[in-house]
Design a protein around this ligand. Structure first.
Ligand SMILES: [Zn+2]
Ligand SMILES: [Zn+2]
Length: 221
């Protein structure tokens, strides 16, 4: 580095209280993580390393990029972090920069997708953990932002529509069940009433037929 400029090496992303290394465009762990990062990865030493560490030490309650709450989807891209072409699942919050993973995700999740691949191309950022990167969608410019918002609305509406469909199905099933029950009850009831009625008629007829014999009225007649 010809001339050392602290503001070209490290900066604070205030909304998340995360230190960013501008040399590798990534979030860095606070405390010892900061020391080892700049000493080992960027070979800083002496006065330069001291300046970085003094700056880092001046900030209270720094967050760890591995665990911090991520910025909202659709936020303005953060300066100092790369903007990556990525794929965002339209059914859940799965995001990846690997197209094969996006395709595989659709296969394993078996989301109900109506047309299209089930994901959209977006611009992603992450604080830069390579193994378990956590991404969020950023708007790079108006068009991308609009599309991100459009996607979110579409996703929300899609969710709403499928919830409605599920509700309708449940209601329909319940209505059918009720109709069936009513019909069955009706059938059973009228049949049993009919049977009971017929039974009484039969019983009364028999009783009437038997009655003359047992009472001996017939003899009297
Ligand atoms: Zn770095
Ligand atoms: Zn998904």
């Amino acid at each position: 580095m010809a001339t050392f400029q602290l503001n070209e090496v490290i900066r604070l992303y205030e909304p998340c209280n995360i230190l960013l290394s501008l040399l590798c465009k990534a979030g860095i762990k606070p405390g010892n993580g900061t020391v080892s990062h700049f000493r080992n990865q960027h070979k800083l030493k002496g006065n330069e390393l001291q300046q970085v560490l003094t700056f880092a030490a001046s900030i209270q309650h720094l967050s760890d990029p591995a665990t911090v709450d991520l910025p909202q989807d659709g936020s303005v891209a953060i300066d100092g972090l790369p903007q990556l072409k990525g794929y965002s699942c339209m059914s859940c919050r799965y995001m990846t920069i690997n197209r094969d993973n996006a395709v595989a995700h659709q296969r394993t999740e078996a989301h109900t997708v109506v047309g299209g691949p089930g994901w959209t191309v977006v611009t992603l950022q992450s604080f830069g953990q390579r193994k378990h990167a956590r991404y969020w969608v950023v708007k790079r410019d108006g068009a991308v932002g609009d599309r991100v918002v459009g996607d979110r609305v579409a996703r929300a509406l899609g969710g709403l529509a499928s919830s409605l469909r599920a509700c309708e199905e449940i209601l329909e099933k319940e209505a059918a069940e009720r109709r069936k029950t009513v019909e069955e009850v009706g059938t059973v009831t009228s049949r049993s009433r009919w049977v009971t009625y017929m039974g009484w008629i039969k019983h009364l007829r028999q009783a009437n037929r038997v009655e003359p014999a047992t009472t001996g009225d017939a003899d009297e007649l």
